[in-house]
Design a protein. Structure first.
Length: 127
């Protein structure tokens, strides 16, 4: 496929499977799901859900920057939570990371996520 580029940064966790951190096609960037892993240690951040949510957004921010954009260029997010009771906490943290208008978003309750984390977020960015 022409006009396709792989996005990779050491400021976000390395892919732990057969995927890329993001793929850019023309001016659209498709970001793989990020979980609350510290990119320097590749370890899960502490168990506090707000710290985990913040780490996920920090990881997404790093991938956005590597692609030439920022979080406010995200037009769509998919948030996966193992406990939907944490939905309000996601909203609270998002207000710190995003300016209005907020991206379109879906929140999906799931039974489990990789490495038994509580949250994963992927997204689509237009730059």
């Amino acid at each position: 496929m022409t006009n396709r580029a792989t996005i990779q940064t050491d400021n976000a966790p390395k892919a732990i499977g057969t995927y890329s951190q993001a793929i850019k096609v023309h001016n659209t960037v498709y970001l793989s799901g990020q979980i609350p892993i510290d990119p320097t240690t590749m370890d899960l951040v502490d168990t506090d859900i707000e710290n985990q949510i913040c780490q996920v957004f920090e990881n997404l921010k790093a991938v956005c920057h590597a692609a030439g954009g920022d979080l406010n260029c995200l037009v769509k997010l998919n948030v996966f939570l193992t406990n939907l009771d944490n939905f309000a906490r996601v909203n609270k943290v998002m207000e710190k990371y995003f300016a209005k208008p907020y991206p379109a978003r879906a929140v999906i309750g799931v039974d489990s996520l990789p490495k038994e984390v509580a949250i994963e977020i992927d997204g689509v960015m237009v730059i």
